[in-house]
Ligand binder design. Structure first.
Ligand code: HPA
Length: 275
């Protein structure tokens, strides 16, 4: 089984999911660190442990549950990845993006990526919700390295509008209607697992980055390759190193993510209903 071509593995994973839940999802959602509670908003949901999906990896990060939830948000069939695989856990980029590619094979057209991140822009504060405008990939890795899988997408995907303008509009409109403050910024991704040094954060600020985190960009690249509409929603859980003098602790990151659960889930739910 292990030596199957990657494309075959993606098909097998999606077929095994379809056997449990034949409804084709239209929207996919990836829930980041401490943000898993959204899963409870799903109606008529079926959940499948990552362990029970062929070729899926279980996540090892505390605060991540590791299951796929299939159900509806309003009338919109939605697939939620509760917990993600990070490269810093020791996985290669193909493993990191495997769940997203499986959602693509299931028929998802829109992918919403969420994460916890550190604020670089001094106008941000912990607890802010930030829509990702664009990204800077500082991980030194790209999930599309290697022979191109032509069945999935082109060799040289365009990334001019990696975060879909129409989808961004939908988020802003929904935030406004519900009086939820939604900022925006450029997300810089690093490999981790260390948080950044103040000197690194200083460099990122000079490059134009507004927030920093250890996820999202690989998934965004893989989803753009598939031709999906992508949005990214971040929760600022702390100010990045050197912007604040406080030490950064994973426990505080998770605790802060929990504090914004209400506006975060409201914004997601109400936006997905319009997708
Ligand atoms: N840096 C990187 N990743 C993060 C941070 C941070 O400050 N906060 C939450 N995830």
């Amino acid at each position: 089984m292990e030596s199957l071509p990657m494309y075959e593995k993606i098909l097998r994973a999606s077929q095994s999911i379809q056997k449990v839940c034949p409804t084709k999802p239209r929207v996919g959602l990836v829930l980041g660190s401490g943000l898993g509670a959204f899963g409870e908003r799903m109606k008529e949901a079926t959940s499948i442990d990552y362990d029970d999906i062929p070729f899926f990896c279980q996540t090892t990060v505390e605060g991540h549950k590791g299951r796929l939830i299939l159900g509806h948000i309003g009338d919109v069939p939605t697939a939620v990845l509760q917990g993600r695989i990070h490269a810093y856990e020791g996985h290669d980029m193909e493993t990191v993006v495997f769940p997203v590619r499986t959602l693509g094979a299931l028929g998802v057209e829109t992918l919403i990526l969420t994460n916890a991140s550190g604020g670089i822009n001094r106008s941000f504060s912990p607890g802010d919700l930030v829509l990702i405008n664009d990204h800077i990939n500082l991980t030194g890795r790209n999930p599309l390295v290697g022979p191109n899988m032509d069945q999935l997408g082109p060799r040289f995907p365009d990334m001019t509008r990696a975060y879909h303008p129409g989808l961004k509009e939908l988020f802003y409109e929904t935030a406004k209607e519900n009086r939820i403050t939604l900022k925006n910024g450029i997300y810089c991704s690093v490999l981790g697992p260390t948080y950044e040094t103040p000197a690194e954060v200083h460099m990122m600020a000079a490059m134009g980055a507004d927030l920093v985190g250890m996820s999202t960009v690989a998934e965004s690249i893989a989803a753009n390759h598939l031709g999906l509409k992508v949005a990214g929603l971040s929760c600022i859980t702390n100010m990045a190193a050197g912007i604040s003098t406080e030490n950064i602790k994973h426990e505080d990151v998770k605790a802060q993510a929990l504090k914004v659960m209400k506006p975060f889930t409201d914004l997601l739910e109400k936006t997905i209903r319009k997708c």
